[in-house]
Design a protein around this ligand. Structure first.
Ligand code: CA
Length: 234
């Protein structure tokens, strides 16, 4: 079945351009130019991916993203930001977007991001072959996309899950931000390293009792990140 993509963007030319390209690539699209209507659609759970402009009439894209993440951790979200400020990009990622693009962007770039996100979000043959990772009471289950810490389930977005799974599949190994972008997001573009930092911050706030003294996801200053647990892998 064709993937369903919701596009919430108030610029008519852009929303049409995105829809045409997505349709040509075999996706089903729903266009929406208003924030309030976009929020209702985004919360409907009918879509496999959401493309979300930040500046919208009615409810803005940040608020839509925030509300979607309160109820749904899994649907991938790409934010489109016009403002070339660090704060804006960081905010979208901190509230749960999986990726972002700064306007103006190339349509091919957007299509690559959409495809990479959908490829990872679909639980398919590849993931069924992946085995659970068990570190004492900390368990990562790739088939169900679930993580348990001391029997409590931790809700992660699909990108947070993939990042954690990748790091934890190579315990003790240090990865640079560029390597993680390449491995988890499926691209490696200069200037997008902050996407990794934000996801690490979100992972820590969900996984770690004390994010300042993490038990699992460690920063190696000047290099990158690694997963290491004091519990032995079982
Ligand atoms: Ca706009």
């Amino acid at each position: 079945m064709a993937h369903r993509v919701l596009i919430v963007e108030d610029e008519l030319d852009l929303v049409n351009l995105l829809a045409i390209n997505l349709n040509q690539a075999g996706f089903t699209t729903e266009k929406c130019q208003d924030g309030s209507q976009g929020l209702t659609l985004a919360l409907s759970g009918q879509f496999d991916l959401i493309i979300l402009d930040v500046m919208l009439p009615g409810v803005d894209g940040m608020e839509i993203c925030r509300q979607v993440r309160l109820t749904d951790q899994q649907t991938p979200i790409i934010m489109l930001t016009a403002r070339d400020t660090e704060t804006d990009r960081v905010m979208g990622l901190e509230i749960g977007a999986d990726d972002y693009l700064t306007k103006p962007f190339g349509i091919r770039e957007l299509m690559a991001r959409v495809k990479a996100l959908l490829r990872r979000a679909s639980v398919g043959v590849v993931k069924e072959e992946l085995k659970n990772l068990v570190f004492g009471n900390f368990i990562i289950e790739p088939m169900s996309h679930k993580v348990f810490s001391e029997k409590h389930e931790i809700n992660l977005t699909s990108t947070e899950f993939d990042l954690l799974y990748y790091l934890a599949s190579h315990p003790g190994q240090v990865f640079s931000r560029a390597q993680l972008l390449d491995a988890v997001w499926g691209y490696n573009h200069l200037g997008y390293e902050h996407t990794v930092n934000s996801h690490i911050n979100r992972l820590r706030s969900k996984l770690e009792k004390c994010p300042q003294g993490p038990k699992y996801v460690h920063t190696i200053w000047g290099v990158g990140y690694k997963f290491e647990s004091i519990e032995q892998q079982q």
